[in-house]
Design a protein around this ligand. Structure first.
Ligand code: GZL
Length: 321
């Protein structure tokens, strides 16, 4: 049945001049596979901006397979919200069974998620959250407690400075923020701020977005080093931005990390970053679990069985120093 619907829609799209369905990839069921009993999932992914994102995408692709009973339509939005809105409208047109959304930013979703609700398609939020008037526009959200990650980073810095006998010293901090209005950026910035405001001797010199990418982070860190001669700490809201900051500090001959100089704090704890922790280039890295595919799968299977699911579901995480 679903196959016929998909075929019908393809014909409509071609006739209406929409051309090829704008899906980055279709996981076509084998011809022998009885596709009518596959769960059709339309997944709109932020992009491929970071190592964390690649691991996150891998987790979805390894989960939403035919063997697991899925037909996956995957869309990479290349970090543009308008591409995600377009993808969701495509999913509605294709009458998918579920929409999984990892939202580039928290705002701007009410209209398109209302269209999904009116089409009777459940929306599952994975990783990043959305701010909507009506929370019935999504079935559940599964992700990290980003504010807690930010608080953990602040508490770690407080303990580290105390251990070094620097708890009375003026501490100058800069932050490389993630994509503004993304849940990870909002939470990490706010969580760290809550600890910072209790430390009278800490000063946040400036916070600027590095978009979670290494190249942009390099530009911002170059600006920070030119503008502020005495930076004590750089908070990087993901590992790829930490790599950018490290490149710039090396080029500028700045000492940093565990051997002294600028303290480097990061988030995600990807494999490459944990190697940098071991080398002493990153002082502390706060884990953000990218393996969300199985958790989304669990929720979809419960919904398929007519069971209720928790509205807000946090994943477990830790940190490494
Ligand atoms: C966090 C995720 C963030 C990562 C970045 O859950 O949304 O986006 O921290 C990624 O690496 O770009």
């Amino acid at each position: 049945m679903k196959k016929q619907i998909c075929l019908f829609i393809c014909i409509i799209l071609l006739l209406s001049g929409c051309g090829r369905l704008e899906t980055n990839d279709h996981v076509e069921p084998d011809s022998g596979q009885d596709s009518k009993n596959l769960i059709v999932v339309g997944l709109s992914q932020v992009g491929s901006e970071s190592d964390w994102r690649l691991a996150n995408t891998r987790s979805y692709r390894e989960t939403f397979t035919e063997e697991n009973g899925y037909y996956l339509i995957f869309e990479d939005a290349q970090q543009k919200q308008e591409n995600q809105v377009k993808a969701i409208r495509n999913f509605i047109l294709q009458e998918v069974d579920y929409i999984v959304l990892d939202a580039i930013a928290e705002t701007g979703w009410d209209a398109v998620l209302t269209e999904a609700k009116e089409a009777g398609i459940p929306v599952i939020l994975s990783d990043r959250f959305v701010q909507v008037e009506d929370d019935s526009l999504y079935t559940c959200w599964i992700g990290s407690d980003f504010e807690e990650q930010g608080r953990q980073a602040g508490k770690w810095l407080k303990d580290y400075l105390k251990k070094k006998g620097r708890d009375e010293e003026i501490i100058n901090i800069v932050t490389l923020q993630g994509t503004l209005d993304s849940t990870a950026q909002i939470g990490r910035t706010e969580g760290f701020r809550q600890v910072l405001e209790e430390q009278k001797n800490w000063t946040m010199l400036e916070q600027q977005p590095g978009e979670f990418v290494q190249a942009k982070a390099k530009e911002v860190m170059e600006y920070f080093l030119k503008t502020y001669p005495d930076i004590d700490v750089v908070v990087c809201e993901n590992d790829n931005m930490a790599f950018g900051a490290i490149d710039v500090m090396k080029e500028a001959g700045k000492s940093f990390g565990k051997k002294g100089g600028i303290i480097v704090i990061s988030f995600d704890a990807t494999d490459a970053a944990l190697e940098a922790v071991k080398r002493g280039e990153i002082n502390a890295d706060f884990e953000c679990n990218p393996l969300l595919g199985p958790l989304v799968d669990e929720n979809i299977k419960k919904l398929e069985a007519g069971q209720e699911v928790e509205k807000i579901q946090y994943v477990d995480e830790t940190y490494y120093d």
